[in-house]
Write a protein that binds this ligand. Structure first.
Ligand SMILES: NC(=O)c1ccc[n+]([C@@H]2O[C@H](COP(=O)([O-])OP(=O)(O)OC[C@H]3O[C@@H](n4cnc5c(N)ncnc54)[C@H](OP(=O)(O)O)[C@@H]3O)[C@@H](O)[C@H]2O)c1
Length: 286
């Protein structure tokens, strides 16, 4: 068996590679791909095959997937181009004889009103039409999205438009471990996993940050439009600000909530609790 990990130059892909190794997959059976393959020297040193793969470059994908039996398709970052790019990956995987594609989608993709969900739906449809066996890893938000903001939270407090919506966040490493499970175990083709950890609200996140730091941090809720304006004033590009504000709108409407059962099933344990994730992120900062 040979497993291709796309996006291995990024955080999710890299964590999946580490989880595959922990599961005992020999380095020689892992093909790590991305555009910035200069970032993959360490994995090459461990015996993995490093291949350049650009979702927009069909020829690169054909070469990168040669000999692969299973493939992790990490959703790309170029919003607006992703359906075409992901279709390129699916086409190349099929031509290479890949027998399972695992795709990182979004929770409740078929009904989600998130702006970003449209490309995930398009990709899910392309997978269904491809004839290649596949499994959907419909991830809720990464807790890391929030812990990356800890210095800002501590300095300026927390602002958002998520209301009292519950976020089924899990750390990126837990989602990656779940991906490694479906790539290595039997019985996952055709499965749809709605993945997330124990839910929290932004006010509860503020309580956890306060408790873990000893600094009182409060959450200030504003409207999605106000939040978008706030983010643009803070220096974000308009489309990025719009996407983040739209994400909070969807959280407020309950769209990022999911029971933790699917993630627990794939992990074989509870997801990492929010408090532990915040404490670990604070240690990294120190
Ligand atoms: N659930 C969430 O909360 C959440 C949050 C943020 C993002 N996401 C999604 O989850 C994905 C993985 O997250 P992450 O944290 O690992 O993101 P990341 O660290 O930014 O990594 C993104 C990866 O995608 C690869 N990629 C992007 N466009 C590509 C292309 N055209 N061709 C080949 N590779 C391409 C990048 O490769 P190179 O760097 O080599 O170009 C990189 O390895 C993201 O791409 C995004 O779709 C989810």
């Amino acid at each position: 068996m040979s497993i291709v990990v796309t996006g291995a130059t990024g955080r999710f892909g890299r964590l999946t590679v580490e989880a595959l190794r922990r599961r005992g997959v020999p380095a020689e059976q892992i093909i790590v791909t991305g555009r910035r393959i200069e970032a993959l020297g360490e994995l090459a040193g461990q015996g993995m095959s490093v291949r350049r793969a650009d979702y927009s470059d069909q020829a690169s994908l054909g070469e990168a997937f040669d000999g692969a039996t299973r493939l992790l398709l990490v959703s790309g970052t170029e919003v607006g181009q992703r359906i075409r790019q992901h279709m390129n990956v699916i086409t190349a995987a099929k031509a290479a004889g890949v027998q399972l594609i695992a795709y990182t989608s979004i929770v409740h993709a078929p009904t989600s009103t998130l702006l970003i969900s449209q490309e995930h739906r398009g990709t899910e449809t392309a997978l269904a039409d491809s004839g290649v066996p596949y499994v959907l890893l419909r991830n809720s938000w990464y807790i890391d999205n929030y812990t990356a903001q800890l210095p800002r939270y501590l300095q300026h407090g927390m602002v958002g438009a998520a209301g009292s919506g519950r976020i089924s966040g899990a750390i990126r490493a837990d989602y990656a471990e779940a991906a490694a499970a479906v790539l290595t175990e039997d019985g996952h083709p055709g499965a749809v996993y709605e993945l997330g950890g124990p839910a929290f609200t932004m006010a509860e996140l503020a309580d956890v940050v306060s408790a873990e730091t000893g600094t009182s941090v409060t959450y200030n809720d504003i409207s999605p439009q106000e939040y978008q304006t706030f983010l643009v004033r803070a220096g974000l590009q308009e489309p990025v600000a719009a996407s983040i504000a739209d994400g909070d709108r969807a959280v407020a409407e309950g769209e990022l909530y999911v029971e933790p059962t699917d993630l627990e099933k794939l992990l074989g344990r509870p997801a990492t609790p929010l408090r532990i994730a915040v404490a670990a992120a604070l240690r990294d900062l120190a």
